[in-house]
Design a protein around this ligand. Sequence first.
Ligand code: FES
Ligand code: FE2
Length: 433
Amino acid sequence: MPSLSALVEPDRVHRTVYTDPAIFDAEMAHIFEKVWVYCGHESQVPNAGDYWTLQIGRQPMVMVRDRDRSIRVLYNRCPHRGVQLCGNQKGNTGSAFVCSYHAWTFHLDGRVRAIPLMKAYDGTRLTPDNPDCSMKPAARVDSYRGFVFASLSAEGPSLPDFLGDARVAFDDMCDRSPVGEVEAVPVCHRVIQQSNWKFFMENQLDSLHPSVTHQSTGVPARRIENRLKAEAGQAPLFFHYLSAFASSFDQWDSVQTVNLPRGHGVLKAYMGLRPTDPDTAAYEALMRQAYGAEKAEQFLSRSIHHVLVYPYLSVQSPLQQLRCLRPLAPDRTLSEIWHFRLKGVPEAIYRRSLWYFNLVNSPATMINADDLENFWKCQQGLSSDGGDWVSFHRHHGRDIARGDMIETAPGMGTSEAPMRNQMKAWAELMARA
Ligand code: FES
Ligand SMILES: [Fe+2]
């Protein structure tokens, strides 16, 4: 593998970080299998025995609710001869995992429960108290406001330290509920992107691209939105979800990104999400009742479009959306697309989230489909000999450092600061390896 300093410079990155299989393997071993990785929301596993399978780096894992109500994250592998214990994406395994091959059984915390015909092991080194008889747990499991994470490394920062100021992703989502909680809507769309995972992460804070890439959706949506407003005085909020993509370059330059340590980042708000319809009025009244006027206003007016938890998560907290990447190969990335319900709010407020999920994030979207095509074409271009470097020069040298944060300067919201910040974090993580 080439040296890191030959790959990542402050204003440009070598194309092989997107294409090289050896670099991808190193990323899996030294980034994804070390940092805290999002597993799922606790509401996905409400009852003892409920489980979801997932991938952390190259490792097949299972998140399961134990009988003591705690959530465990275990390697999805039988210690006998290696069979995956949960073959389905989700389900309920009852009071134990039972292997489909020779029926070894395991408690929900992974400890071996029974091995059939155990006498046959007498005198061998396989005794039931041998940890090699049990499912291996993730080194660390923790959660933040109901969102469960695991790290396959015993070393490294705690979950709150890893998340840092990106914790606002989960605070902002939960604080918008009058009871401070959300629950996952258990419809997870899964899309395989034929491209490297970094394109998605970079694109999330790339506010230069929407008015180009999403023009074909944004412009017609704005035309219809304006017509409805002229005819009926107002247009449904979901037209705004699409028309906002067609904002001018000047408008995008006015939207700031905040770039945090460890590659995390925030795109500040650019959509108006507080209409004055009766549903919104009822919802905001509930919020004031729950938190008092001042705090409710603070919760409802945070300037966030979405928050990135590097290197794999995009949380669009004001509309309760979450997308999680599970890289599969240098040119293949699984994305899990979720949305959430705010607990204790009228159904109409949930439907906003559902509209956004379907119109912008789902596989049927008119927005993300155009992004995916760009990512695929990036992968093709960077696999060629047409050039060695990817440029991140836009407004380089003009960003504003505030403590350990880097903000885009006023009127320079389309700075490529987020890409520079992400690749800096990438190089730090890879260097530690
Ligand atoms: S492989 Fe699981 S019991 Fe044999
Ligand atoms: Fe986009």
